[in-house]
Each structure stands twice: as C-alpha cells, then as structure tokens.
Design a protein around this ligand. Structure first.
Ligand code: HSE
Length: 284
C-alpha cells in the first residue's frame, strides 16, 4: 500500500491561517510488512526518528490506537521547516495510514477535521488532503472548507538554505490588531479569493502582496522577500508572497516568463534552491 501527500503553501498572503494550495512535491509512504515493532526506513536525516516516536506513527496511533506494527518506507522531496507543509504532510500521512490500515472509512471532511485539530489551523492540511486551492475556517472547533480550481500558472518556489520553525515565525505576530486594520485585511483576503475564483491572477497576485495579517511582522525573519518581490514586479509576474510561515517565497508566473525569472533569481546573492512547481489537483 502506498500513500502520497503533496507539499502545500499556506496563507497566499492575506488568507492567513485559512487559504492554501497543494503543490507538486510529495511525501510518499509505503507499507512494506508486518513486524514486532514499528520501524520506518528513510534517508531523511538522523534527526528524524525511525521508530514509534516518529510523528507519522504517533499520529496514526492517535487515530487508530489498535493498529499492529509495520515496517514502513518513507521518502520525501518536501524540504523541512521551509514553509512548504512538511510537518502537515506527515500528520496527513499518519491519518491516512490509520484510515487505510484500520479500515476506518474516514470521509475527506473527517480527515480535514482531525488533521486541523492536530495542526491547529487548516491552511496546510486541508489542501494536502483535498488538493488544489482550499479556503477553510476553523471556528468553534469545527472546520468548514471549500476546494476550488486554482488558475493555471507556474509556481516558482525560492527556498532559502535556512530553516525557520513555524513556532518562531508565529512568535513575532501580534496578539491583536486594530479593528480598522482587521477590516482592511479581511477585505484584501476577500478580493484575493474572489479573483482566484474568477481566474483573475493579475488581481489575485496584487492582493496577495497586500497582506496585513502577518508578512510585515515577519519581514526581519525573511529579508529576501522584498528583493524577490521587486524582481517579480520588474518582470511583470502575478505576485510573490511568503509561503506559509516562510522562509520560502512563492512567485506566481505566466509560463512564458518562468525561465527568465528563474535565471534572475539564481543571480541573487542568497543561497537557495529554486524549483518550478505546479498545483497538485488531487491531494491524497
Ligand atoms: N498559517 C500558518 C502561519 C502556516 O503562517 O503561521 C504555517 O504553519
């Protein structure tokens, strides 16, 4: 049995803790055989446990405590702590593992609810489960989410060679913002979503760059964002924004401009990996 979970990018600028897209990088989990104890074969680094303390197995056992141990193989091309949903992919993988091994028949809605309760916000886990573009709210303990097709474009991921933990990137956020500012921030997010639904990427991209919820507070942690955004403007691309809690920056680009943008990004004096991704439409 094999499970494949896409990388994700949360927020899309103003859709903080609510909007996300699924991307074409994946965590893959394969069940190899029964065993006396849980074991994960992987080459993701010595920091990642290969026994039952791994988040994948911990999650699966929370959902289905009676699962019998297996040997699993785990591979991933989602970089860790870069704002591309690596930990969410493991949580979603654990839920789906429990679902399939335990024959739980969880619906997509059930999975999104369980994963959001574990993660605390739905903007990575919901697109990882459903694929494509998902808008979700998590209020009064209940998740409501809507999946919609994201307009066709290339997604350039500029992934700096540095890790940024979500906890650190959230620690710089304010505990409250003035009412007027919240109304503006919400209107920007609303227009962004409506523009995506209309297939209007130029307008959606402009709104993505006007976020008022989080990017300004995080700018010292991600000094490269402004530089990349200027380059994106020079090139006439749709928009550049922090992927999740960073440090990755995503740039939405019309296909014909992507190669040149990648060349220009490669000349910046910031150590980084650049990938051209597409939207994953399926999820798990
Ligand atoms: N919405 C979250 C944040 C995504 O920006 O902190 C990262 O987990």
């Amino acid at each position: 049995m094999k499970i494949r979970i896409p990388a994700t990018s949360a927020n899309l600028g103003p859709g903080f803790d609510s909007c996300g897209i699924a991307l074409s990088q994946y965590l893959s989990i394969e069940v190899l055989e029964n065993a006396a104890e849980w074991k994960i074969i992987h080459s993701l680094g010595s920091d990642i446990p290969s026994d039952a303390t791994n988040l994948l197995i911990q999650t699966a056992l929370k959902v289905a405590p009676d699962l019998s141990p297996k040997v699993l193989k785990m591979t991933s091309d989602i970089p860790l702590a870069r704002g591309l949903g690596s930990s969410s992919s493991v949580i979603v993988g654990g839920i789906e593992l429990a679902n399939r091994l335990g024959n739980l028949n969880l619906s997509q809605k059930d999975k999104v609810q369980i994963a959001t309760e574990m993660e605390g916000h739905p903007d990575n886990v919901a697109p990882a489960i459903c694929g494509d573009f998902v808008v979700a709210s998590y209020v009064d303990g209940e998740v409501h989410s809507v999946k919609h097709h994201f307009p066709m474009c290339d997604v350039i991921a500029f992934i700096p060679d540095m890790q940024l933990l979500t906890s650190e990137s959230r620690s710089v956020l304010p505990t409250s913002i003035p009412y007027k500012e919240a109304v503006q921030a919400s209107s920007i997010a609303n227009v962004m979503i409506a523009a995506i639904l209309n297939g209007n990427l130029p307008l959606a991209g402009r709104m993505m760059e006007k976020d008022r919820w989080h990017e300004a507070y995080r700018k010292n942690l991600v000094p490269h964002l402004e530089q990349i955004r200027l380059l994106s403007h020079e090139m006439g691309l749709y928009g550049a924004f922090l992927s999740g809690a960073g440090p990755t920056v995503l740039i939405l680009s019309p296909e014909e401009k992507t190669d040149e943008m990648v060349r220009k990004l490669g000349k910046l004096s910031i150590s980084a990996t650049i990938h051209v991704l597409s939207i994953d439409q399926e999820g798990i």
